[in-house]
Design a protein around this ligand. Structure first.
Ligand SMILES: *[C@@H]1O[C@H](CO)[C@@H](O)[C@H](O)[C@H]1NC(C)=O
Length: 461
């Protein structure tokens, strides 16, 4: 862990960000949003999951907090696991976009009506996944909304006194995101609060350190065979045929990867520049649903319930969250120091999905496969809704008359604990009882390295 104090580059980024916004973007009227905007998987904008934010980005609905009314509850702690905000494409996707743009320029029929051939390829490889100005806004605005939702936890005093802790993945887009979040917590009247954060990849990039996961899933071609099969299956072929036709390209020239590049290009132009780009017109809603399913298959098998190890790789993060909650919920005398009001953890979609999987959320009876697209329309696992940019999983601990209670919110909407579906905010001890098998087990060393458990079972509370 490296403590870091970084006001200088934060200010620089903020300044660059503001400049970028002024130069490049005017906001798009709601009716000019591509109808396929809610199907972009992990490249979906947060506001396409929460459309009320399109009207007012600071609107907050306090009724999402649902502790029992008759128990006089008040929030005492918030742990937030947050995905970074809108970012540039990664180098790999930029190379694909370049290939698509070159192909269309050289070979698309001149008679085709779209303006694809004239589109200016402005992405450069060194933009590689960095947070964009819109991504800075995503986190800054999220912080402001959470400060309204939890006025006593993210209070000015707690922020000024630096009682809120910040941990982040080492990736540039995450470090920038945590700084943007901190900017959102700051009020002008407080002057320049010196925020700090710690980088912790063990906690937030556990997926690349878990050998059983890396060997068993990431490097294992058969682990993702459903994705490969679907990519060359009939639904994708039909999309490819329609897109090639619109572009006036011979179908064999347009690989499934390039079809996806065009789809993502529509998403990037929308999320980064708030543009309804010509690439969006290549896809009908039904095409977008097929491409969304392709992304969901990948996320499901690579990061979610598809393989048990995907969830288990997040054991350290799981224990970190529950140790923090244990401490915050522990009975204390009036003379004891106040508990940590909030813990902010910034990572990736790859951080959130395994944790959600471990908690047992969004578990459909029938897993998505290459052959069952047509029976999966009602599935609960939709990566577009679960892990858009700035996705956030909130653990809200309340102090109530009958003892502490815990509520989960995903992207600012309540979700219920599997096994405890009758209440929005069950007693914390009931949550712990339901998760007993994980609290007492789920050892990173054992699951990931096949080594003996690293510590005694967690027997707090
Ligand atoms: C690769 O994945 C398949 C299918 O999930 C599994 O049966 C196999 O054991 C995995 N191979 C390795 C080396 O983990």
């Amino acid at each position: 862990m490296f403590p870091a104090l970084v006001p200088a580059d934060r200010l620089l980024l903020a300044a660059v960000g503001m400049l970028f916004v002024r130069l490049c973007c005017s906001s798009v009227a709601p009716q000019d949003i591509p109808p396929i905007a809610a199907f972009f998987g992990t490249k979906t904008r947060y506001e396409d999951v929460n459309p009320h934010l399109l009207r007012d980005v600071y609107s907050v609905d306090p009724s999402v907090l649902k502790p029992p009314l008759n128990e006089r509850c008040s929030p005492v702690h918030l742990t937030a696991v947050i995905r970074h905000g809108t970012r540039f494409p990664t180098a790999k996707n930029i190379r694909r976009i370049q290939k698509l743009s070159d192909l269309v320029r050289a070979e698309a029929s001149r008679g085709s009506p779209g303006s694809w051939r004239r589109w200016d390829m402005w992405y450069k490889e060194d933009m590689d996944g960095q947070l964009v100005a819109k991504g800075w806004d995503d986190l800054r605005q999220l912080a402001r909304r959470l400060a309204v939702l939890f006025p006593d936890l993210l209070s000015q005093e707690n922020v000024r006194e630096r009682r809120v802790s910040f941990l982040t993945s080492s990736k540039h887009r995450c470090v920038s995101s945590v700084q943007a979040f901190q900017e959102g917590l700051q009020r002008p009247e407080d002057g320049d609060v010196q925020f700090s954060h710690q980088v912790d990849d063990e906690l937030l990039r556990f997926f690349e350190r878990c050998s059983s996961y890396v060997e068993g899933v990431e490097k294992n071609r058969t682990a993702l065979q459903e994705v490969e099969k679907f990519k060359h299956g009939e639904e994708m072929e039909a999309v490819r045929r329609r897109v090639a036709e619109k572009l006036g390209l011979p179908r064999h020239r347009l690989t499934p990867d390039l079809v996806e590049a065009a789809f993502f290009l529509c998403s990037y132009e929308l999320s980064i520049k708030t543009l309804h780009s010509p690439w969006c017109f290549l896809f009908q809603e039904d095409d977008a649903k097929v491409l969304e399913f392709k992304s969901d298959l990948k996320q499901f098998w690579k990061r979610f319930h598809g393989h048990v190890i995907n969830g288990l790789s997040s054991c350290s993060l799981f224990h970190h969250v529950f140790r923090t909650l244990d401490k915050a919920g522990r009975p204390r005398r009036s003379t004891d120091a106040a508990p940590e009001p909030a813990s902010i953890l910034v990572g990736h979609a790859e951080t959130l999905l395994p944790l959600l999987s471990l908690l047992g959320l969004f578990k459909d009876k029938i897993p998505p496969t290459a052959n069952n697209y047509h029976t999966q329309h009602g599935r609960s696992f939709r990566s577009s809704r679960i892990v858009p940019y700035a996705a956030n999983l909130l653990f809200v601990l309340y102090d109530c008359q009958r003892g502490p209670r815990l509520q989960l919110l995903l992207n600012e909407s309540p979700v219920r604990f599997p096994g405890l579906e009758s209440e929005d905010a069950p007693l914390y001890r009931d949550v712990r009882a339901t998760l007993r098998h994980l609290l007492d087990g789920c050892d990173f060393n054992k699951e990931c390295e096949g080594r003996a458990p690293s510590r005694a079972p967690n027997t707090e509370l």
